[in-house]
Design a protein around this ligand. Structure first.
Ligand SMILES: *Cc1c(COP(=O)(O)O)cnc(C)c1O
Length: 346
């Protein structure tokens, strides 16, 4: 029963009714929204965007092979995550679970939304502590990230299935890196699991972090609640157009993904031979988490050479580890050159 998990305020909430909710035809004369009628560039930017992004969702539904009705779009997945909190989490009352090491936004948003945060760390093999999770019967939301940021590997599919089935609240499965993984998205199985929300993003494989577009794929019932509370025009016209264009050229994305994975494997092969490297975590993503003998020395030296890496040293299991995003071949060559110099004590 999803309804029993939803905040009372949201159940009773009457959404803002926007001027563009009902009339989307091209033949109308629009004198209802106080827009400027002049459209000199003929790009329709003088008009408010479609609040439900119908054209974009239709194309997205073909590419992702899930029905349009099961797609919700946000201003980055960060907005989607925030809206999920606001649908389900009563401030100062409800609990959410995260499984460190994990993506930082889940706990930032817990603080912002005044939710009680329960941390149930991954086990040392980077898999879920299922019994501990299922013992928290009151928790409203479980945030899972797979492939895992910042580790790079994926959660076990059998474990995931068991947790999604048996957890009594909402399970958010963040698949920001799914395009780089060698297993399927869970998005095609949402019909089996009414409590499952998959989130994905245009910021990684699609190469569009700048347009801010994230998605939730879940039951129509949950989408109804998200639509009720979202800002009416949360996805701007330019973003909708750029995303549509990317979806219509999705061979580009497939090519990038293949290149990035091949560069990841090349980088891994070279790094393995450096004595400054202690361990390279397995990766299903567009980054490698690398434990160095002295990560601070590596971090500072690379920064001095103009190469910015992500220090994950403070995260659980990530002592002395840096996260290296896979760049272009040229960028990766530059990184390898500087690491090799450091490795040779030069
Ligand atoms: C990068 C990333 C996102 C993307 O967030 P956007 O707001 O869509 O840019 C989401 N989740 C994880 C785990 C990420 O690493």
């Amino acid at each position: 029963m999803i309804e029993s998990l939803v905040r009372k305020t949201v159940l009773d909430f009457k959404a803002y009714s926007s001027a563009r909710d009902e009339f989307t035809g091209v033949d109308y004369v629009f004198l209802d929204a106080n827009e400027n009628p002049n459209d000199e560039e003929l790009n329709r930017l003088n008009r408010y965007p479609d609040p439900y992004q119908r054209t974009l969702k239709k194309r997205l539904s073909e590419v992702k092979e899930v029905p349009s009705e099961n797609i919700f779009l946000g201003n980055g997945s960060d907005e989607v995550l925030d809206l999920i909190y606001r649908v389900f989490c009563e401030a100062f009352k409800d609990e959410v679970i995260i499984c460190p090491p994990t993506y930082g936004m889940y706990s930032v948003l817990a603080r912002l939304n005044e939710a009680a945060l329960i941390e149930i760390p991954l086990k040392p093999d980077f898999q879920l502590d299922i019994n501990e999770i299922l013992s928290r019967k009151e928790a409203k939301i479980l945030f899972l990230c797979s492939p895992i940021n910042p580790i790079g590997s994926s959660l076990g599919q059998k474990d995931l299935e068991r947790v999604i089935k048996e957890f009594r609240g909402i399970v958010v499965l963040d698949e920001a890196y799914i395009d780089f993984a060698n297993h399927e998205s869970w998005s095609k199985r949402i019909h089996e699991f009414p409590n499952l929300i998959i989130t994905q993003t245009f910021s990684k494989a699609w190469g569009l972090a700048g347009i801010r577009l994230g998605l939730a794929i879940c039951s129509e019932e949950i989408i109804g609640y998200l639509n009720r509370i979202k800002p009416p025009y949360n996805i701007n016209t330019t973003t909708q157009q750029m995303a549509l264009d990317a979806l219509n050229h999705n061979y580009r994305t497939s090519t990038w993904v293949r290149e990035i994975i091949s560069e990841r494997e090349r980088l891994k092969g070279v790094l393995e031979n450096f004595s400054i490297v202690d361990y390279i975590f397995p990766s299903d993503s567009n980054f490698l988490l690398v434990r160095f003998k002295d990560s601070k020395k590596v971090y500072d030296r690379m920064l001095g050479k103009g190469i910015v890496l992500r220090d994950r040293n403070k995260e659980l299991y990530c002592e002395s580890s840096l996260r290296l995003t896979i760049g272009t071949e040229k960028e990766n060559d530059r990184l390898l050159l500087e690491l090799e110099r450091l490795d040779n004590n030069k």
